[in-house]
Design a protein around this ligand. Structure first.
Ligand SMILES: Cc1cc2nc3c(=O)[nH]c(=O)nc-3n(C[C@H](O)[C@H](O)[C@H](O)COP(=O)(O)OP(=O)(O)OC[C@H]3O[C@@H](n4cnc5c(N)ncnc54)[C@H](O)[C@@H]3O)c2cc1C
Length: 557
């Protein structure tokens, strides 16, 4: 699946006979795919002609063949110059080795495609990153399975691996991935907020959100969630909260901002709950933490795939019957099709040049969809000195000043707290050094637990500035339609798109990314089949051969 130059991605025809016809006639059988990396040199030709004629190095010099005999001659040369090869399955290049990319690669390899995956980092997983430097697994990216049920597209892998989950909530919690069963909230002076007040403000928060729903229906123009909440307070002063209750409300808002990785004044009122309420595919089963981390899942899916690490794609050229992908350093790869799964933030940065440019509607979708930031500052302590609850919180005057610590000791028995800032706060903390960021998190903890001892180790994620992600996950921006996710997914010729930001039902999630990878693989398979009609070559990529037989292992202490 390789080539060395540009020019002749046109269908090679001579006197009305296509190159494909020649191949089919049995004269030429030189299409065995060899996954080679060829340096991209000046003047080299891109002698690529789709999966029927891939990797034939006969000299075409960028001209189409003038007649059949010259084509046959070249074909004969090709036949004699290289080893006897078989007509093979089509080829695809997957760009990005997160859950979407690995899922697509797995599905297409299982469907007899020649697959090569190019990943810019020196590891797979993308925004799933389990770190073992503490001597046990901790996730710097995703750590929850949202929707612990057999309908979850990842359930079959997680179930078969026997990976344990720790339940942090059932369905329909106002706090998304937690319920109010096991927690402790404090004010800035270290006084614990009563559970009655927290529950009461939770109900108020739900009432406020219901009121914002009325505002949404009354206004054709979109607005931010923050603006809508302010309007609710104007028309329903009885819902306004004062003093400590106001601070607790800010803490609920802070958790909502964490869910969207963005501040309330940037989140679309029309869009914020689209994926949650309008989707018919809302997954039941609540939320479960991956106790052993997500790494075993991605490693299992990636087994046996041809993955090239440290291959940062800088250019994607598409022609009628193939794609050519250039990586940093100049090497190029060619194939029948490509699936782009790089994060939305990377697409927004325009680091990858598309040739020809992507259509306007696609560029607009990339520009208009929001990408937010949520980070993790993981603090490892010598021993546990905090209450035995699932999470700790600090309430404050504004959501920016509030804090949230996930207590991993509950789920994993390790003395670890995970501080998770989002939106502007996360952006500000990314400007600090790792040490300063860890100290900042520790200071928040010391506000509520003055006797807290310093952590012995820390880990700090930087999803916003990491060039491989440039953001944590997508969200609906004010005034932009939810359909942008779908527009981002829609293929452009032989370029397919996958990744969490292409999931209309489950954006911003691991299972969402995974299902878009499967979907893009199926779209790609269908396109190649339509083009070449090799129906008997492939297995369908959708769905599992066998139904889920292993139940998920979830518990709560
Ligand atoms: C802090 C945090 C917490 C989260 N928590 C959860 C959670 O608990 N549960 C949940 O379901 N979801 C969670 N998410 C979201 C989830 O991690 C993502 O939705 C999902 O992992 C995205 O997968 P993806 O394949 O779309 O993208 P990615 O995983 O980002 O994969 C894209 C890949 O493309 C690579 N790449 C980038 N540029 C190039 C290039 N030029 N050339 C080649 N390769 C390139 C990247 O290195 C990366 O490996 C969280 C995310 C973050 C950041």
């Amino acid at each position: 699946m390789e080539s060395k130059g540009d020019k002749s991605n046109r269908q090679l025809t001579g006197d009305g006979i296509s190159f494909r016809d020649v191949l089919l006639s049995g004269v030429l059988n030189c299409t065995k795919v060899v996954l080679l990396e060829v340096p991209w040199g000046k003047g080299a030709d891109w002698n690529y002609s789709g999966h029927w004629g891939r990797f034939c190095n006969f000299p075409l010099s960028g001209q189409s063949m003038s007649n059949t005999s010259s084509l046959l001659l070249s074909a004969a040369l090709c036949y004699s110059n290289i080893e006897r090869r078989h007509v093979v399955s089509p080829s695809v290049i997957i760009i990005g080795g997160g859950f979407a990319g690995i899922a697509a690669a797995r599905a297409l390899q299982d469907a007899s495609f020649q697959v090569i995956l190019l990943e810019s980092r020196d590891r797979i997983g993308g925004r799933v990153h389990t770190d073992y430097s503490f001597g046990f697994p901790v996730d710097l990216g995703a750590s929850w399975l949202h929707g612990v049920c057999k309908e979850n597209p990842l359930a079959h892998v997680i179930g078969r691996l026997g990976l344990p989950l720790y339940r942090t909530s059932g369905d329909n919690s106002v706090l998304y991935d937690h319920d109010l069963e096991s927690y402790a909230l404090f004010d800035m002076d270290g006084n614990q907020v009563s559970q009655e007040l927290v529950s009461k403000v939770g109900e108020d928060f739900e009432s406020i959100l219901e009121e914002t729903n009325k505002i949404r229906q009354e206004h054709s123009e979109d607005m931010s969630v923050f603006r809508a909440i302010s309007m609710v307070f104007e028309r329903r002063p009885d819902l306004r909260l004062e003093g400590l209750a106001h601070k607790v409300l800010q803490w609920y808002l802070c958790r909502m901002e964490g869910w969207f990785a963005s501040d309330a004044d940037t989140i679309s009122l029309k869009g914020w709950d689209q994926a949650i309420f309008l989707s018919e595919e809302l997954l039941p089963g609540g939320h479960g933490l991956m106790v052993r981390g997500y790494r075993p899942v991605i490693n299992t899916l990636a087994k046996g795939l041809d993955i090239r690490l440290s291959h940062r794609v800088s250019k994607i050229a598409r022609r009628y019957n193939g794609v050519k992908v250039t990586v940093e350093g100049g090497s190029t790869f060619t194939a029948d099709a490509a699936i782009v799964t790089v994060p939305l933030g990377v697409l927004k940065s325009n680091y990858i040049k598309f040739e020809p440019r992507l259509p306007e509607w696609k560029e607009a979708a990339i520009a208009d969809l929001g990408v937010g930031i949520e980070n993790k500052i993981i603090l490892h302590f010598e021993k546990v000195f905090w209450p035995n609850v699932e999470f700790l919180g600090v309430v404050a005057e504004t959501s920016y000043g509030c804090s949230y610590f996930l207590n991993l000791h509950k789920a994993t028995s390790h003395a670890v707290l995970v501080y998770m800032p989002a939106g502007q706060l996360a952006r500000d903390i990314e400007k600090m050094s790792d040490e300063a960021a860890a100290y900042f998190a520790f200071l928040q903890l010391r506000k509520i637990l003055p006797g807290a001892s310093a952590p012995i180790q820390h880990l700090v994620s930087r999803w916003g500035t990491d060039v491989n992600s440039l953001g944590s996950y997508s969200y609906d921006r004010v005034g932009k339609p939810h359909e942008l996710y779908e527009r981002l997914r829609i293929p452009v010729d032989n370029l397919f798109f996958a990744g969490e930001a292409t999931s209309i039902n489950y954006p911003g999630s691991v299972h969402g990314a995974y299902s878009t990878g499967i979907m893009a693989a199926e779209d790609c398979r269908m396109r190649v089949l339509e083009r070449y009609g090799e129906l008997n070559l492939f297995q369908p990529v959708m769905g599992e051969d066998t139904p889920v037989s292993v139940p998920l292992l979830i518990s709560r202490m």
